[in-house]
Design a protein around this ligand. Structure first.
Ligand code: SF4
Ligand code: F3S
Length: 104
């Protein structure tokens, strides 16, 4: 599966949702997640993300993010079309450790 990782937080560009053939993105206030059981591993969303936040879960060190995607995909609503990015997207793009800064 592919998963959404840290750099989506407070950017939420949403280019990714437009290309997903199975509509498996789910939307929180500050970032999106992918439903790992619905993702068919096609990989087309990965290059679409301007923040480079989408990764295959086969990359090392992403266990934490697989858990976050799995958990929130079950409670957040589905999103299938692009919206405006968050107003702070540009300045937040590339800020390291966003999850620790804003969610704990
Ligand atoms: Fe959707 Fe394909 Fe991305 Fe999975 S890899 S979230 S199926 S676009
Ligand atoms: Fe987030 Fe990138 Fe999609 S910033 S909303 S994963 S296009």
């Amino acid at each position: 599966t592919y998963i959404v990782t840290d750099n989506c937080i407070r950017c939420k560009y949403t280019d990714c949702v437009e290309v997903c053939p199975v509509d498996c993105f789910y939307e929180g206030e500050n970032f999106l997640v992918i439903h790992p059981d619905e993702c068919i591993d096609c990989g087309v969303c990965e290059p679409e993300c301007p923040a480079e936040a989408i990764k295959p879960d086969t990359e090392p060190g992403l266990d934490h993010w697989l858990k976050i995607n799995t958990e929130f995909a079950q409670i957040w609503p589905n999103i299938t079309s692009k919206r405006d990015p968050l107003p702070e997207a540009k300045e937040m793009d590339g800020v390291p450790g966003k999850f620790e800064k804003y969610f704990s």
